[in-house]
Design a protein around this ligand. Structure first.
Ligand SMILES: CC(C)(COP(=O)(O)OP(=O)(O)OC[C@H]1O[C@@H](n2cnc3c(N)ncnc32)[C@H](O[C@H]2O[C@H](COP(=O)(O)OP(=O)(O)OP(=O)(O)O)[C@@H](O)[C@H]2O)[C@@H]1O)[C@@H](O)C(=O)NCCC(=O)NCCS
Ligand code: ADE
Length: 291
């Protein structure tokens, strides 16, 4: 066999980042049992989503993430032109997602969060979580002047009604849900000896315990948000998802959210962001080799 055929095909930076983003979405949806979310057990609080649809949606976004990362790499810096390119790519990506899902919103929030993160990561010479989220926040704070006029989103409506920030504010603040809650909990649970699935579930719960998830607020108001935040905190305070007491609280949280039809879709997106940031540096070092 020639050395050329034996060699591992070298990925471009944009390809490696798109792979990582899609992998984070797949790992998020496969993680089970997640309270009231789509997972391997079923569709949670959703009657229009399924595991298969979430997979198809995640894969359909590979080209969007690739083009966003390539745009970030080419621009080399955060500026308005890049922000407006991302806005266009993000809207095209949403249209592509809706075509694949037959009009169902599977990953709108994830396109936003992971789109900003892959773009920022493509510009960092050492893509550590703090630097990448800070750069993504700078991008999110720029105002895209090409946003089309359309009816207010669910997020916009509940932001006004409940005075919360939602997905836009989370990005503009540098993804604290992922950086200050998801990632540290993932590390704590791993260090305490939890298996990888339990550590990821604990990371999701740490995000849920503090997030103003507009998906929950839209579906179930402040009662839904209290159920999500208090219930998630109760699981962690009982020893986390790896403990028997924690698993009992996790079942109670699932029941409470399902009764209210509340789905923590924003928290799920931030878990995907957490998994992306967790793997970013080691994966790029192994695959690109130029860090
Ligand atoms: C800035 C945008 C994210 C738009 O945000 P906005 O708040 O105006 O719009 P929403 O449509 O409500 O989308 C926000 C989605 O973000 C997730 N989310 C919610 N809260 C938070 C939070 N605190 N922090 C982070 N992320 C959050 C959440 O997404 C998930 O839930 C969706 C499924 O919900 P579901 O209830 O089933 O479906 P809906 O259609 O909402 O309701 P029904 O009518 O069916 O009942 C699913 O998408 C999950 O991902 C929120 O839904 C951004 O989208 C934007 O401006 N885009 C334009 C393009 C752009 O500029 N891109 C540039 C960079 S990439
Ligand atoms: N696993 C999941 N279930 C429901 N909505 C989601 N949005 C993102 N991931 C999700």
């Amino acid at each position: 066999m020639s050395a050329r055929i034996a060699a591992r095909p070298q990925l471009s930076l944009a390809e490696a980042l798109a792979d990582l983003a899609v992998e984070a979405l797949i790992d998020e949806v496969e993680l089970s049992p997640k309270p009231a979310l789509v997972d391997r057990r079923g569709s949670g609080a959703h009657d229009d989503l399924s595991l298969g649809l979430m997979h198809a949606s995640a894969w359909s976004l590979w080209a969007t993430f690739h083009d966003m990362a390539a745009a970030g790499e080419k621009a080399g810096q955060v500026d308005l032109a890049l922000r407006e390119t991302l806005g266009r790519l993000g809207r095209d990506g949403e249209a592509q997602m809706l075509e694949v899902t037959g009009g169902v919103n599977t990953h709108r929030g994830a396109i936003w969060a992971l789109g900003l993160l892959v773009t920022a990561a493509a510009q960092e010479s050492r893509p550590a979580p703090a630097g990448v989220t800070l750069r993504a926040a700078r991008l999110a704070r720029l105002e895209d002047s090409h946003i089309p006029q359309r009816a207010p989103s669910n997020g916009e409506r509940v932001r006004q009604r409940y005075g919360v920030g939602g997905a836009r504010a989370e990005a503009q603040a540098g993804f604290p849900g992922a950086l200050h809650h998801g990632l540290p909990q993932l590390a704590r649970s791993r260090a305490a000896g939890a298996g990888e699935s339990h550590a990821r579930l604990d990371a999701l719960l740490a995000i849920m315990a503090q997030l103003d998830d507009t998906c929950v607020l839209h579906r179930a108001g402040s009662a839904g948000l209290a159920c999500m935040q208090d219930g998630a905190r109760a699981v962690l305070e009982s020893g986390g998802s790896a403990s028997l007491a924690g698993r009992r609280r996790l079942r109670e949280l699932d029941v409470c959210l399902l009764r209210l039809n509340a789905s923590p879709g924003g928290a799920a997106d931030l878990l995907a962001a957490t998994l992306f940031l967790d793997r970013l540096e080691p994966t790029l070092r192994a695959q690109i080799g130029s860090l």
